[in-house]
Design a protein around this ligand. Structure first.
Ligand code: BG6
Length: 479
């Protein structure tokens, strides 16, 4: 007999997106440019993202810029939200594009047209009883702040961010209760460009600059938590981590210690600061050995202590397997976030190792460490979809992936983990963050658009649409 899982009553089932990857309307409504607008589409993006010296210019002769159009949610939000409602979404994760509210990022007054757009989106969600879950910063630092100030390396961004969050909290206080501060904040040391809005000056300075930028974000996040509680008394603010459990490659104790160290630094460092309000002790040794010196202002540590989060949200796509000494052949064989190939796991077409059990590990590790409510706000399979002649998409591979991960969540709940929601990534096909491709699809809803920007943008339901609709209807009993 198939095992049935018991998800808590009121579990927040839904889907997740980010403004820069699906909104489009990049030059409409008074919006300013942001980081994603200068990222080209295609495989060259990943290379540009990881090297130093990116110039932040748009070169349309050489590249396509898929984030400019996204999937045109800016004009089609009513149709899209109606489809989310038809699936039964209880919540919808989206981000506010900072540069729609403050086009340059450093103005004193917000852009009314931008504010009005999100009013319309939130109203439309509430019309169907869908609770918005809003990320304040999802890889979309205003371009002006990058070019003029050097991104989050610069302390000034704390002040600008503070003004932006106060504006949106005040404006949407009756419409949005759940907020997230910085998307995948701990990804910053791997790719500072995305989260911190700068490309490291050199490989030698990468760690120093990234941890300084992160410190500014910790202060900004803590301020945001405090502000939210003041302005919206019933609000809940979470941090957002990219979580990848680290497995030791084998039982060699030095590999076990290495896995532990890597996991602490990648998975726990930011979480410890957000949740416990303190730099963890292990970071002192790491900073000393890597000659990292963080400039702080008086009051920063108090602010961080007082602005701890109410819950933890995280993305889960893969685990990581690692060993202390890698052979030259093993280097680069692991996942996007490093390590070595895990012989027990299959990978997606983009080489991301598929590991549902790792999600159960992640949930247990996080809950054991923090005892705060958890929500999985990203998870899913990026895959090539084939449209049949009749227009249907039989994405059984996606259903299998999601089913196995939802089962892992069910197991974790039985383990005692307090999990209150699940928003799978890219519930409607959108532009991939790492490659800028449309063909890396995650959605339940197909969008007719290719990597070059050709297509009608028409929406259609995939097989997984109906499957997820039933999952929500049965509160996870029928998978
Ligand atoms: C997460 C990001 O890292 O992964 C999303 O928060 C991103 O923005 C998602 O889209 C999936 O990654 P990708 O590169 O397949 O789009």
């Amino acid at each position: 007999m198939t095992k049935k899982y018991e998800f808590p009553k009121g579990f927040l089932w839904g889907g997740a997106t980010a403004a820069n990857q699906f909104e489009g309307g990049y030059d409409e409504g008074g919006r300013g440019l942001n980081l994603a607008d200068v990222l080209p589409g295609g495989k060259s993006r990943l290379k540009l993202l990881s090297q130093s010296g990116f110039d932040f210019e748009i070169d349309k002769e050489k590249y396509v810029y898929p984030n400019h159009l996204g999937i045109d949610f800016y004009h089609r939000y009513k149709e899209d939200i109606a489809l989310f409602a038809e699936m039964g979404f209880k919540t919808f994760r989206m981000s506010i594009a900072w540069s729609r509210i403050f086009p340059n990022g450093d103005e004193l007054e917000p852009n009314e047209e931008g504010l009005a757009f999100y009013d319309r989106v939130f109203d439309e969600l509430h019309k169907y009883g869908i609770e918005p879950l809003v990320t304040l910063a999802h890889y979309e630092t205003p371009l002006h702040l990058i070019k003029e100030y050097g991104g989050w390396k610069n302390r000034k961004l704390v002040e600008f961010f503070d003004r932006y969050v106060e504006t949106v909290f005040t404006r949407y206080k009756d419409k949005v209760k759940y907020w997230l501060t910085f998307n995948e904040i701990n990804g910053a040391t791997h790719m500072p460009l995305f989260g911190l809005g700068f490309s490291a000056t050199s490989d030698e300075l990468r760690l120093q600059e990234s941890f300084q930028g992160l410190h500014h974000q910790f202060v900004a996040s803590a301020k945001a938590v405090q502000l939210a509680h003041e302005i919206i008394p019933d609000s809940q603010v979470g941090c957002m981590l990219i979580y990848a459990p680290v497995y030791s490659y084998d039982s060699n104790p030095e590999n076990a210690m290495h896995a532990l160290e890597e996991s602490r630094l990648f998975n726990n460092f930011c979480g410890d600061i957000h949740v416990r309000g303190e730099y963890p002790k292990f970071s002192h040794r790491f900073f000393k050995e890597n000659l990292i010196q963080i400039e702080m202002e008086d009051g920063d540590l108090e602010m961080i202590k007082e602005g701890t989060v109410d819950f933890i949200s995280f993305s889960y796509y893969m685990s990581r397997t690692d060993k202390k000494h890698k052979t030259p052949e093993e280097i680069g064989q692991g996942n996007l976030i490093g390590g070595v190939k895990n012989p027990f796991l299959e990978a997606s077409d983009w080489g991301w190792e598929i590991d549902p059990e790792g999600l159960r590990v992640a949930l247990n590790e996080l809950y054991d460490r923090y005892q705060l409510p958890l929500i999985v706000v990203e998870n899913g399979l990026g895959a090539y979809d084939k449209v049949e002649e009749d227009g249907s998409v039989h994405d059984d591979y996606r259903i299998d992936y999601l089913r196995s991960h939802i089962k892992a969540m069910g197991e974790a709940i039985e383990d005692g983990v307090e999990l209150f929601g699940y928003t799978s990534w890219g519930c409607i096909d959108l532009v991939s963050a790492s490659t800028g491709e449309m063909s890396k699809r995650y959605g339940y809803i197909y969008v007719d658009l290719d990597d070059e920007g050709n297509g009608t943008l028409a929406r259609s339901k995939k097989k997984s649409f109906h499957w997820y609709q039933n999952v929500i209807k049965t509160n996870g009993e029928e998978l």
